[in-house]
Design a protein around this ligand. Structure first.
Ligand code: CP
Length: 309
């Protein structure tokens, strides 16, 4: 199927078909990852720049691995190791990238809207949002969707509860769009002070996490974003854990076959109990593996238009 999107800012513009195209393509890419020789020539001759101006472990490394498995040439930029640390503006960085003939830019930045800024400044290179401030993290939502879809087979009619710091979470926003679009009933739970108003238009809100988890198939814990947190949004870490942490008693309210997910990095003992994070029902490491397959799928679709499959 031809892929019509040129850039990936968020998944709110995706149709049902778009989601399933990415999921099917990711399944194919996961087969590639399981071969002894994990390399295909799909993006040979393409140059991809990874611009990470905020810390990242999973997203940065899985994009790099995905690009290498697809035989692209890769340039890695970070704020500390580039001229950004000397005060170079994003506009000048964008012009520099363009002059190098880069085909795609993967960008993570603390400023909301950086992907759109680059789309305007770059003449034609594909821009992929790897997380902009608290707004969107579309590739995380797609890898979460892929992980849950692979696990359950079908997601229509299932219930997902997203628990925690929704206010500062780009993951929550993109996940609400993605899971709702494929027919999942999404409920959010957490301190009222950490639920932004726009979420009430997109999902149900239940402050009591045990009630919210009742009958859930997917229990999704969000990271407390200490780096974006202002004072006084919740009483204390201990109270947060006892009211909104994913514990055995919260999980006992969910369906027997419910899975636990978390985007990482985890604050163990805060938003998730450590033994749950290490338990059989927690798919955190499956999410990491899915991240490589989904990012391979996205790079392939955006840089080739899905041609040849
Ligand atoms: N989930 C996620 O974005 O993790 P990183 O910050 O490690 O990339």
């Amino acid at each position: 199927m031809a892929w019509k999107h040129r850039h990936l800012v968020d998944v709110d513009v995706f149709s049902d078909d778009d989601f399933y195209t990415v999921l099917e393509e990711a399944r194919h890419m996961e087969e590639v990852m399981e071969r002894p020789l994990k390399k295909v020539p799909a993006l040979r001759g393409k140059v991809i720049a990874n611009l990470f101006f905020e810390p990242s472990t999973r997203t940065r490394t899985s994009f790099e691995l995905a690009e290498k498995y697809l035989s692209a040439d890769v340039i890695n930029w970070s704020s500390s190791g580039s001229s950004t640390a000397k005060g170079e503006s994003l506009q000048d960085t964008a012009k520099t990238i363009e002059a190098m003939g880069v085909d795609a830019v993967v960008i993570r930045n603390r400023e909301v809207g950086t992907p759109e800024y680059l789309i305007k400044k770059l003449n034609g290179a594909c821009v992929i949002n790897a997380g902009d401030g608290a707004r969107a993290h579309p590739t995380q939502a797609l890898l979460d969707l892929y992980t849950a879809w692979k696990h359950f087979g079908s997601l229509k009619g299932r219930k997902m509860v997203i628990v925690g710091d929704v206010l500062h979470s780009r993951v929550a926003r993109s996940n609400i769009h993605a899971f709702s679009k494929v027919g999942v009933h999404v409920v959010v739970s957490g301190p009222r002070s950490l639920i932004p108003l726009h979420v009430f238009d997109l999902a149900e809100y239940e402050p009591d996490t045990k009630k919210a988890a009742s009958g859930a198939d997917i229990v999704y814990a969000l990271r407390i974003q200490r780096e974006r947190q202002e004072e006084g949004l919740f009483p204390s870490i201990d109270e947060y854990h006892s009211r909104w942490g994913i514990t055995a008693s919260v999980l006992s309210c969910a369906n027997k076959q419910a899975i636990v997910m978390h985007p990482g990095p985890m604050n163990r003992g805060v938003e998730i109990e450590s033994f749950i994070a290490d338990g059989d029902r927690c798919l955190v490491l499956n999410q990491v593996k899915s991240g490589v397959a989904v990012r391979m799928a996205l790079l392939f679709l955006y840089l080739t238009g899905g041609a040849g499959r």
